[in-house]
Design a protein around this ligand. Structure first.
Ligand SMILES: Cc1cc2nc3c(=O)[nH]c(=O)nc-3n(C[C@H](O)[C@H](O)[C@H](O)COP(=O)(O)O)c2cc1C
Length: 167
């Protein structure tokens, strides 16, 4: 396969669709204290000591201003059975938290504990402008895992889960 020098958006999307990824809802609170959030796959572990992770948020996201203002956020790694939660937080619905089970972390960021297999509450330590996204580097200040659940994964524009190869 050849890689053209000028890579268009469609070609880039096609390549990145081949990256199987865990699905997370990134949450925060807005200036009025209301919970906000969006579905993401652009998340990564960055540092163990101190514990840090990153999240990439598109400039078109309505959650972005709350993330920039609050300077804190939580990453909720979804369970396999939480596809409807992922779809809801990927929508432009007005109140995504309506009738949803959530609790605040110690710093107030919303945790979706009954839909997550693990979560991490972060303090934002840096924001990096990266094209049409903003990268948030977060210092993990509180975290938890919720037992033996399979993850919700995303691959080639479809939801699925992880199956061990047995190797
Ligand atoms: C599986 C999946 C993964 C996504 N990953 C990201 C992501 O990493 N970053 C991002 O900004 N948007 C991502 N999106 C798109 C947002 O969830 C979507 O634009 C959403 O409407 C944003 O909500 P908001 O405008 O209320 O913040 C993803 C959507 C899906 C379905």
């Amino acid at each position: 396969m050849t890689v053209p020098l000028e890579v268009g958006a469609e070609a880039f999307r096609e390549v990145m669709a081949g990256l199987a990824a865990g699905v997370a809802v990134v949450t925060t609170v807005d200036d009025a204290g209301a919970p906000r959030g969006l579905t993401t796959t652009a998340i990564a572990s960055v540092s163990i000591d101190p514990p840090m992770l990153l999240v990439c948020v598109g400039r078109g996201s309505r959650t972005l201003s709350a993330l920039l203002s609050a300077q804190r956020f939580a990453v909720n790694l979804l369970r396999r059975d939480a596809e409807s939660v992922a779809i809801r937080f990927a929508s432009r619905e007005e109140d995504k938290f309506d009738s949803l089970d959530w609790t605040p972390a110690a710093d107030g960021s919303p945790l979706l504990q009954t839909h997550a297999l693990a979560w991490a509450a972060c303090r934002t330590v840096r924001e990096v402008d990266a094209g049409d996204h903003v990268v948030f580097l977060g210092h993990v200040v509180e975290a938890g895992a919720e037992g033996d659940h399979k993850p919700l994964a995303y691959f080639r524009r479809r939801f699925g889960t992880f199956a061990p190869t047995g190797g």
